[in-house]
Design a binder for this molecule. Structure first.
Ligand code: SAM
Length: 327
């Protein structure tokens, strides 16, 4: 689809991942350091109206999909009000949410009513002790949030599992069973060297091609596609409705089909998860930029998008943490 926002490498950009906070109520060891304090200050956060203005400008130029993320988006106050504002923007056809689900039991119904259509939940383990070790959080709350999301009618619900050697790679089959039982989609993700935390987890990196081969020994995998425009390569498990997506930024990168940019809570647009290229919207917004100039700024920003990440070649490169960029 020709969206009107074409980057220097001919890719059509139609997807914004919108980080509404860099804070999180969990501390996954591969994501945020346990003692991290360097969060942005409230005065640096884009207000809901500023976020809406930027997303309106993107939508006027062809952005069709917005995913609300963080940090943990549910810790931003009144998130449902913001999602209601975003859902009302002409051109936005798909408004989704990535969450750890710890606070979802309380918010699922309101978010659905406010226009979130799809939910992705990060869940690396089904064992309470292991969950605590990985995230410092409480698994029961997450499972409760997930089940509430299912009850209020979110469909599909996708489970994102970062697969790590000697951490949770013995649980993939359990996760497959869990997702079959609840009719969730499962997506397996390779660890990326983002921030010191991501790099410290590099020793747990597992090439998902080997996981796929392992699953193929136990299940009949039927290759297929799931609409959504993301980077996952999907298979279906024969005899079930379960689809498993493999997200392989390291073993098989997908930069040539990248269709996205990331807007951080402080108004910084990151053009690539694995590079420093960025564009600052907050100073423009607070200097009173007009709508036409804002759209011109969006076009300028897209010209900065680099060709690809270099996680393999330069694993030291990305110093910011995932929560800052917006996962
Ligand atoms: N809090 C929300 C959530 O839990 O989905 C959204 C933000 S979180 C940063 C987004 C995703 O990034 C999560 O699935 C998390 O597991 C993943 N993530 C964080 N650091 C990562 C890393 N170093 N490598 C791979 N995935 C990572």
């Amino acid at each position: 689809m020709n969206t009107g926002l074409i980057d220097p490498f001919g890719r059509s950009i139609d997807y914004v991942r919108l980080s509404v906070t860099d804070r999180c109520d969990l501390r996954c060891f591969y994501c945020l350091p346990g003692d991290y304090r360097d969060f942005s200050e409230p005065e640096e956060w884009l207000t809901f109206d500023e976020i809406e203005r930027v997303i309106r400008a993107f939508a006027a130029l062809g952005i069709r999909r917005v995913r609300v993320t963080g940090g943990e988006p549910l810790v931003r106050k009144n998130l449902a009000a913001l999602t209601g504002q975003l859902a009302g923007i002409p051109g936005i056809e798909d408004l989704s949410l990535s969450t750890n689900a710890a606070g979802l039991a309380r918010q699922a119904a309101a978010l659905r009513a406010a226009g979130i259509s799809r939910i992705n939940v990060s869940l690396d383990t089904l064992r309470a002790d292991r969950f605590k070790a990985i995230t410092r959080g409480n698994l029961d709350k997450v499972i409760g949030g997930l089940m509430t999301a299912k009850d209020v009618g979110f469909q599909p619900i996708k489970i994102n599992m970062v697969v790590m050697k000697d951490v949770n790679d013995d649980e993939i089959e359990d996760m497959v069973e869990f997702c079959i039982e609840h009719d969730f989609t499962l997506r397996l993700i390779e660890t990326m060297p983002i921030g010191d935390t991501g790099r410290s987890a590099a020793s747990h990196y597992l090439d998902l091609q080997t996981v796929r081969a392992r699953l193929a020994e136990n299940f009949t995998l039927i290759p297929g596609v799931v609409p959504g425009g993301g980077p996952a390569r999907y298979v279906r498990i024969a005899g079930t409705r379960l689809r498993i997506g493999f997200i392989t930024p390291i073993s098989q990168h997908f930069c040539e089909t990248c269709n996205r940019v990331r807007l951080a809570v402080d108004g910084t647009l990151y053009l690539c998860l694995g590079q420093e290229h960025k564009f600052e919207f907050r100073p423009l917004l607070r200097a009173g930029i007009g709508d036409a100039e804002l759209q011109a700024a969006v076009r300028d920003a897209i010209t900065l998008k680099p060709e690809r990440h270099e996680f393999r070649e330069k694993p030291q490169q990305v110093v910011r943490f995932m929560a800052k960029t917006g996962g």
